[in-house]
Design a binder for this molecule. Sequence first.
Ligand code: PEP
Length: 292
Amino acid sequence: MDELGERIARLVRQVIEERLAVGGELASASTPGGRRRPLVAANWKMNGSRAMAEGYPSGLRPAPGVELVLCPPLVLLPPLAAALRAAPGLPEVGLGAQNLHFEPKGAFTGEHSPGMLREAGCRYVILGHSERRAMFGDDDALVARKVRAALAAGLRPILCVGERLEERESGATFRVLRAQLTAALAGLGPPAPAPGELVVAYEPVWAIGTGRTASAAQAEEALAFLRERLAELFSWAWARGARLLYGGSATPENAAALGAQPDVDGFLVGGASLEPAKLSAMALKLSEVRAR
Ligand code: PEP
């Protein structure tokens, strides 16, 4: 689909979704009171097995009001989805992918199109993760194409942005965040995607998989900055409705302090998400601090 086609498809979908919003999928991004619904997304990366996928749901515990999304390796989606369907007493858990190709089909060995991900049950897709930026050539322009393709197919991007350690130490954090965000969202709108359709994750590269978490103040400062940039790009009403996540060595131990920050709407979780009990504990902490 060309760019004009994508825009028309998005406009049509937005109109339909706005009409179906109350009680429908779009409403899941906010609570009935209009507050942003917390979101905890698990990035299994290239970890797991069929046995893990089959057993994972039995280790999950409900966390009132928190949306849970699992992004396993693609081949593990079917057994995970089946196990989730069979698990008693669990609220709906969303599924996501860790990457996509922006084309709908073709000679792209090893890749998966947005439509294929939708068909496999994905509602979300992680894009712009620092591991893909560093190891697989996902530069800003490619991330932007993927974001547009995801939205056009009805997938919700979880767009990752974040600075490297040397960038933080040289005072370049906000320049990097602004550049990555602006580039990834270039060419979006009008019309803008609905705020519930796009999630932004602040993932400082120095905190990913290192055990070195950003402080609550650092996470809040970065996410408040990103929300302001989103307001510049779209509008304040839009930015207030969009969910922003923190990611980088988030664990049950630091979830309450991070989750209490006004601009932290949830977490993108790598290592800790491999254990459903830890992921659930984080979601529960978030649920508790939000209920206060
Ligand atoms: C990630 O890879 O997105 C991530 C946040 O990893 P970890 O939680 O392991 O730091």
